[in-house]
Design a protein around this ligand. Structure first.
Ligand SMILES: NC(=O)c1ccc[n+]([C@@H]2O[C@H](COP(=O)([O-])OP(=O)(O)OC[C@H]3O[C@@H](n4cnc5c(N)ncnc54)[C@H](O)[C@@H]3O)[C@@H](O)[C@H]2O)c1
Length: 337
């Protein structure tokens, strides 16, 4: 008997088998489809943020939050500082539009979400989360936390943007230390992607989760660290900055050569002395003094050159002169030290 060829068998089997129902095509992962999905997802609940201190960091934090759809109550002890902050935010957004990163509509909407508030109580009362951005001074911050604890509603989260101060020492000033934590943004806050979330010894899990959620909503990446002077980032960053200053002080190399060495040799996006100027030499000095006092490690002792520049009012980019002279276009030029 002739054997049926395997192709004939296959054809018959295919005929006998019930026809597969046509599968609905998978939704396409196009931009339009993503938009449609996003339109169906309810927007996250609005968060009202109070930013206290509208200087270098405060204005940037306010801008980021407003761009993410939060209502922002921006307060500063000085009315003039509030006006400067609003001007800086407008300038940042204009730059963003020029670069095609921000649409005119989003920029206008963000500006409308920021309310300058002259009275601390008015800013604190209405907020879900308060981010303190006042200068790096333990007593100043402790007094502020005492006030904020009294003025805010019980469920509000109290965060400090401190670069180095133990959260525990700020939380001690509050009746409810479980809602106090660190939210350490980086400079410039509207550009830098990292936020260090600092868990104090008494910070509740609820406060941490709320803060991490907020950081993600702001489009930033959180790293969670335990409470210790200088946390993880400042301890390392300041060390490099202070060592670079000692290298200038000892006459080993000029600031621009040290920075070039770190930029090209170690692939740092910005050398440690340019970065110190950007942060503010007064801020760096306050942090170094605090870390030296708390950790008693010789390498955190502030170098004399740093003290001298601060005494002379050479605070870095914000005063136009530090380790560099900062020209009108915001570029650093070599300066006599
Ligand atoms: N500068 C940086 O690069 C940087 C980076 C990360 C974190 N930080 C931290 O952020 C905090 C703020 O630093 P900054 O560089 O923005 O300082 P800044 O001096 O630029 O601004 C501080 C602002 O706080 C205001 N202020 C002072 N006392 C106040 C009070 N009692 N109530 C309300 N406002 C008050 C001042 O008028 C000023 O406008 C510090 O803790 C600092 O360590 C700074």
């Amino acid at each position: 008997m002739a054997r049926k060829s395997s192709t004939t068998v296959a054809k018959r089997r295919a005929k006998a088998a019930p026809k597969k129902r046509a599968q609905p095509s998978k939704p396409k992962r196009t931009k339009a489809a993503a938009k449609a999905r996003a339109a169906k997802t309810p927007p996250p609940p609005p968060v009202t943020l109070a930013v206290i201190g509208a200087g270098t960091m405060g204005h940037g934090v306010a801008q980021v939050a407003a761009m993410a759809g939060c209502r922002v109550l921006l307060h500063d002890a000085l009315a003039a500082a509030l006006q400067t902050a609003l001007r800086r935010i407008r300038a940042n957004l204009e730059q963003g539009m020029k670069l095609g990163k921000v649409s005119k509509r989003d920029a206008q909407a963000a500006l409308q979400r920021i309310e300058p508030v002259n009275d601390l109580a008015d800013a604190a009362r209405g907020a879900d989360v308060i981010i303190e951005c006042v200068p790096e001074d333990v007593e100043l911050k402790r007094n502020l936390f005492r006030e904020l604890d009294r003025l805010t509603r019980p469920g509000a989260i109290l965060a400090s943007n401190t670069s180095s101060i133990r959260i525990a020492s700020l939380a001690q000033a509050a009746q409810r230390p479980d809602r106090v934590l660190g939210l350490h943004f980086f400079n410039p806050a509207h550009i830098m992607a990292l936020v260090e979330v600092v868990r104090g010894p008494q910070t509740s899990q609820y406060a941490i989760e709320t803060a991490v959620h907020l950081v993600r909503r702001l489009g930033k990446t959180p790293v969670l660290v335990d409470d210790s002077p200088g946390f993880a980032s400042t301890r390392l960053g300041v060390l490099l900055g202070l060592e670079a200053m000692r290298t200038v002080e000892e006459g080993v190399a000029a600031p621009q050569d040290i920075d070039t060495a770190m930029e090209l040799g170690y692939r740092h996006p910005m050398g440690p002395l340019k970065l110190s100027d950007l942060i503010g030499l007064d801020v760096r000095l306050a942090i170094a003094e605090y870390l030296y006092r708390e950790l008693r490690l010789e390498h955190f002792r502030p170098p004399e050159i740093l003290r001298r520049l601060v005494r002379q009012g050479r605070l870095g980019k914000k005063t136009g002169l530090g380790f560099y002279r900062w020209d009108e276009t915001g570029k650093p030029q070599p300066a006599p030290i």
